[in-house]
Ligand binder design. Structure first.
Ligand code: TMP
Ligand code: ASP
Length: 245
């Protein structure tokens, strides 16, 4: 049976933008990408038409790029418009944010103007806990909460910076500046792999010439044109397999 014919079983989990289904293959899950969009910890709700289709395609393309550069991910294959086959990993309950330019909550917290370039990429950890609004945590706090072992956190930070080193120049060539992004990691057997998604929901992309925002900030900040922005990112990034790299 080819991966594309794996059968969708019961829904295991429903998140704000995705659903996770079990499959006949015990070590595999199907991730279904929805058009639902939320912000401010679910307080703002809406839809971005076709977002699920674009995020599925874009995530697949980014995961293929990372795999080709030697970074392990949970990605197996894209099954159809909205479904992705992935390894069934145990998600580490941390959101790992990498920043190249001050924006969003960093700009708000530190008073740095949005758009201020950072001398070095900055890595932040937040603990995945909706009830507490995913608070920032130190490595020591993450360890003491049992989220991960100290060596795992060191590995995760290294991987997050490696992902930045791969994505940043790749996107800049497509005239997209990678301002910041959020990654999640999972444990698969003994390995830590990049999981979840990589998309305009989880990254800030600014046009490298005009500074136009081409990501979920268009929805968060009511700027309009969210669907068009997601389409624009897809049109520029496209399918990594067809890039001839
Ligand atoms: P922030 O500036 O709001 O902390 O966001 C940093 C990056 O993380 C940005 O690219 C958007 C992404 N992000 C998520 O993927 N999920 C979230 O829940 C939040 C708050 C941010
Ligand atoms: N995904 C998050 C939420 O709704 C927030 C965000 O992406 O800004 O809660």
């Amino acid at each position: 049976m080819s991966d594309k014919n794996v059968e969708k079983g019961a829904m295991l989990y429903e998140g704000k933008a995705k659903q996770v289904y079990e499959t006949s293959g015990r070590d595999l899950v199907i991730i279904h990408f929805k058009d639902d969009a939320t912000a401010f910890n679910g307080k703002k709700k809406g839809r971005i038409e076709d977002k699920g289709i674009i995020n599925n395609k874009l995530s697949a393309s980014f995961f293929r790029l990372l795999e080709s550069a030697g970074v392990a991910t949970h990605f197996v294959t894209r099954i159809n418009d909205r479904d992705m086959l992935c390894r069934n990993v145990k998600i580490i309950p941390l959101e790992v944010i990498v920043r190249n330019v001050a924006a969003g909550s960093l700009a708000k917290r530190t008073g740095q103007a949005e758009g201020t370039a950072l001398d070095e990429p900055l890595v932040e950890l937040t603990y995945k806990d909706d009830a507490r609004g995913d608070p920032l945590v130190t490595k020591e706090e993450a360890v003491s909460m049992g989220a991960a072992a100290p060596e795992e956190i060191d590995a995760i930070r290294g991987l997050a910076l490696q992902v930045n080193d791969i994505l940043y120049p790749y996107l800049l060539e497509k005239k997209l500046k990678l301002i910041d992004f959020k990654l999640e990691f999972g444990r698969s057997e003994e390995q830590i792999v990049v999981a979840d998604e990589i998309s305009p929901d989880t990254c800030r992309f600014w046009d490298s010439e005009t500074g136009e925002k081409l990501d979920k900030d268009r929805f968060r900040r009511d700027l309009g044109g969210a669907k068009e922005a997601y389409m624009e990112v897809w049109n520029r990034v496209g399918d990594f397999r067809l890039s001839g790299v």
